[in-house]
Design a protein around this ligand. Structure first.
Ligand code: FAD
Length: 283
């Protein structure tokens, strides 16, 4: 068999150059490479060329203001976890970034790569950012625009060609947040199911507005709105949450995979939801 020719890798220093290269060469962005490098294992062809994002300074910044946090697309999982230390309201996102995969992957894999890999259902940052109501910035030949993450996820395969996701913006609202994942050794560091939560809690420790997102169960992470509604006014209680969640599984259609069958991914969701809520009690 003829060995595959390695694709060309360009390393522009500015976003403008990167976008121009994408347009000229039918190239794809290259961030941490942790997904791209495994293309042969998935029996997928490499792109004709790749445009590396690591030398574009603004893509590696985490900027915190009183109102929001802006995370550059090329920030790695490890750097994000470090940057969020000292911000208890982002405990869920911090745990997602700091517990994904393994240390070597976390030091390379990026926020942008996690959000842009449409075929990667087990991405930890996607549900963690979905429950925070994040917005993404997409840059392309016609300029930049902000898009709610949920809308981006619904349309990303159509939106991405010729574009670069440049940053993720999350408002600072003082909610309590958590991230619960179930990794299985035979799943090779990938979580078989994830529940991320962001909740307002009143003075009586009762749940107010909640956003709950589920990852790795279906092809794309999504909100668990039935549980959000059912928990309104409930005490912040993990066991009670598990019980309530157990009666709200009918809307999930778990994906079958070599590491876990679809029914199993759905079956573990109530325990993960309970664990996430229980972790908020001590917050
Ligand atoms: C063994 C292993 C286990 C892993 N386990 C987990 C896990 O448990 N949880 C988890 O969250 N992650 C996990 N990952 C990492 C996962 O592969 C990455 O989080 C992510 O999917 C790819 O990020 P990356 O920066 O390496 O992207 P790359 O591999 O560089 O790119 C992935 C795709 O995104 C596109 N892309 C990248 N950045 C941008 C951008 N800014 N704009 C537009 N398109 C872009 C690329 O063109 C490509 O199509 C694991 C990886 C490995 C190898």
């Amino acid at each position: 068999m003829r060995p595959e020719t390695p694709p060309e890798i360009l390393l522009p220093a500015t976003l403008g150059e990167a976008l121009a290269s994408l347009g000229e060469r039918a190239a794809a962005p290259l961030a941490g490479g942790t997904w791209v490098m495994r293309a042969p294992l998935r029996r997928e062809p490499f792109a004709p060329a790749y445009v590396g994002l690591s030398r574009i300074p603004e893509l590696s910044l985490v900027e915190v203001t009183d109102d929001a946090i802006a995370i550059g697309a090329a920030v790695t999982h490890a750097d994000l976890a470090n940057a969020l230390a000292g911000f208890p309201e982002f405990a869920g996102l911090r745990l997602a970034a700091g517990s994904s995969a393994n240390p070597a992957v976390r030091s390379a894999a990026t926020v942008g790569g996690n959000l842009c890999t449409a075929d990667f259902a087990a991405a930890d940052l996607v549900p963690a950012l979905l429950c925070l109501d994040a917005t993404v910035e997409l840059a392309g030949p016609a300029g930049s625009r902000l898009i709610p993450l949920a809308d981006f996820l619904a349309q990303r395969t159509g939106l991405l060609p010729g574009h670069i996701l440049t940053k993720v913006v999350v408002a600072r609202t003082g909610q309590r947040t958590a991230h619960a994942r179930l990794p299985l050794r035979k799943a090779g560091d990938y979580p078989v199911a994830i529940v991320s939560v962001a909740m307002r809690v009143d003075a009586m420790e009762r749940i107010g507005a909640a956003r709950i997102a589920v990852g790795s169960v279906e092809a794309t992470a999504r909100r668990w709105t039935g549980l959000e509604d059912a928990l309104l006014g409930e005490p912040l209680d993990g066991a009670r949450t598990t019980g309530i969640a157990g009666s709200l599984l009918a809307s999930f259609n778990g994906r079958d995979g070599v590491e876990a069958p679809g029914w199993y991914r759905v079956r573990v969701l109530p325990a993960l939801a309970g664990r996430a809520v229980a972790s908020l009690v001590a917050a």
